[in-house]
Design a protein. Structure first.
Length: 97
């Protein structure tokens, strides 16, 4: 569910968490977006989790490990934010896993 106010959106995630101040579709910074244009990557069916401490979305694999949602990568790469990809990985986020 989303609600638009003051040129930003508020989205409610499946767990009831409401995120306000989300950019609008017109202001997306990349080809893919967790909200406006998800890519259908191999982790897209995994539970989504908002990391407030890092300001990123993770996908939680079957082992309970959080992996950054790859629909954020293009934006991060174009804004020199590569460090946000770093995570405690068990290998599930690799396509060949």
């Amino acid at each position: 569910m989303k609600q638009i106010e003051n040129n930003t959106e508020t989205w409610e995630l499946d767990n009831g968490l409401k995120l306000s101040g989300v950019h609008t579709k017109e202001n997306c910074g990349g080809t893919y977006c967790v909200f406006h244009n998800p890519s259908g990557h191999h982790m897209s069916t995994w539970r989504m989790h908002w990391r407030d401490d890092k300001g990123i979305f993770e996908r939680i694999c079957e082992h309970g490990v959080g992996h950054p949602d790859p629909d954020q990568f293009e934006y991060w790469e174009s804004n020199d934010m590569h460090h946000l990809k770093v995570h405690g990985c068990d290998g599930c986020c690799h396509v060949d896993s």
